[in-house]
Design a binder for this molecule. Structure first.
Ligand code: NDP
Length: 334
């Protein structure tokens, strides 16, 4: 089969590409510029006969993916802005939503072989910030973030603007698929992962070029991005980038996953857990809070993982495995 991966140079997408190639698929990846195409081709030279990188400069343009979907059997749409520097919420919302719609429009018009579309949404579109414990599931939507963006506009937090972009993009995908259900050859699977950590692919990766999430990870563990007081109490949920890439391929292959929204996550954490894991790997990182007891950590946002377990059956890596492999990878980069 031939698989289209949008935003193929991204942190998550490069792992998807590597795994697809490893499993014998042919991949067409989109990037935004020729320079990015060149470095991605370099990364995968040994599989160059099964990898085609094409430039889609502006994915918000009508017909942006018309040629790109030709001959494609399944689509993984990962491209979406992930940054914390939007002034107007629309700066991040419009590309997220339009990018998603353009992929689906082109698939409808020209993707007559497409059987499945997998979209990388986020737990950002599921969870709401909590101060008491709550277990979220696929039936939850983060309407609070939308309301906040509507109310505060430019003054909404960067995280809220990003969350709104993911909610609206995901909604647009479900709506488009529903409205066109009689005319499409595919079904839709949406994956909702939390914070993604783990080793990056890309020989030239510098701290600045890392995806937002991995940069947070590095800063908070190695550079004192969180104070010793914050480390044992501030946290979130996470998934290893390789498990998320796996999840995309399972979501593409498993017949029963069609039409489903699926939360995929490895578990909750406090930043001190990562500090302890890094120290356990011998890394010289600030100690943080010595008295931290993970068994007593209070996690307020949790997820019901039964759907992912039933449909995808992912084996999740642990905080220790993720930390060890990421540190090894960073060492290799010097
Ligand atoms: P990256 O920033 O590494 O990759 C994002 C990709 O999207 C890049 O290829 C980027 O291209 C592309 N992109 C960004 N903005 C635009 C735009 N306006 N037009 C076209 N392409 C664009 O992020 P991740 O790999 O971490 O994220 C991949 C997906 O996973 C995203 O949909 C993100 O929302 C989702 N996700 C990520 C999480 C995380 O913690 N990392 C958590 C949950 C979901 P370029 O390199 O040219 O900027």
């Amino acid at each position: 089969g031939k698989i289209l991966v949008t935003g193929a140079n991204g942190y998550v997408a490069t792992w998807i590409v590597r795994m697809l190639l490893g499993q014998g698929f042919t991949v067409r990846g989109t990037v935004r510029s020729e320079a990015k195409a060149v470095s991605l081709r370099e990364e995968f030279t040994q599989d160059s006969d099964r990898l085609e990188i094409v430039v889609v400069e502006d994915m918000t343009k009508a017909g942006a993916f018309d040629e790109v979907v030709d001959g494609i059997d399944a689509i993984m749409h990962t491209a979406s802005p992930l940054h914390y520097n939007a002034m107007e919420p629309s700066e991040i919302i419009v590309p997220a939503v339009l990018g998603t719609t353009r992929v689906l429009e082109s698939a409808l018009a020209h993707g007559n072989l497409v059987k499945r579309i997998v979209i990388t949404s986020s737990c950002a579109s599921v969870m709401q910030v909590q101060d008491t414990p709550r277990v979220f599931s696929e039936s939850d939507w983060n309407d609070a973030a939308l309301a906040e963006v509507e109310e505060k506009g430019v003054l909404a937090t960067q995280q809220t603007k990003y969350r709104a972009s993911k909610i609206l993009a995901e909604r647009a995908a479900w709506e488009f698929t529903k409205e066109n259900k009689d005319n499409i050859s595919w079904d839709l699977v949406v994956l909702n992962p939390p914070y993604v950590f783990g080793p990056p692919i890309g020989r030239t990766a510098t701290l600045e070029s890392l995806s937002e999430s991995l940069r947070d990870w590095y800063r908070n563990i190695f550079q004192g991005g969180k104070t010793p007081e914050e480390l044992p109490v501030v946290g979130q949920c996470w998934i290893d980038v390789r498990d998320l890439a796996d999840a995309h391929i399972l979501a593409m292959n498993k017949q029963e996953a069609g039409g489903e929204r699926i939360v995929v996550y490895g578990g909750p954490f406090k930043w001190q857990d990562w500090v302890n894991a890094a120290r356990g790997c011998g890394a010289a990182v600030p100690l943080g809070d010595k008295s931290y007891d993970p068994a007593k950590a209070a996690h307020y946002v949790l997820y019901d993982t039964s759907r992912a377990a039933r449909l995808l059956d992912i084996k999740y890596r642990t905080i220790m495995e993720c930390t060890r492999d990421t540190i090894e990878d960073f060492k290799g980069r010097g």
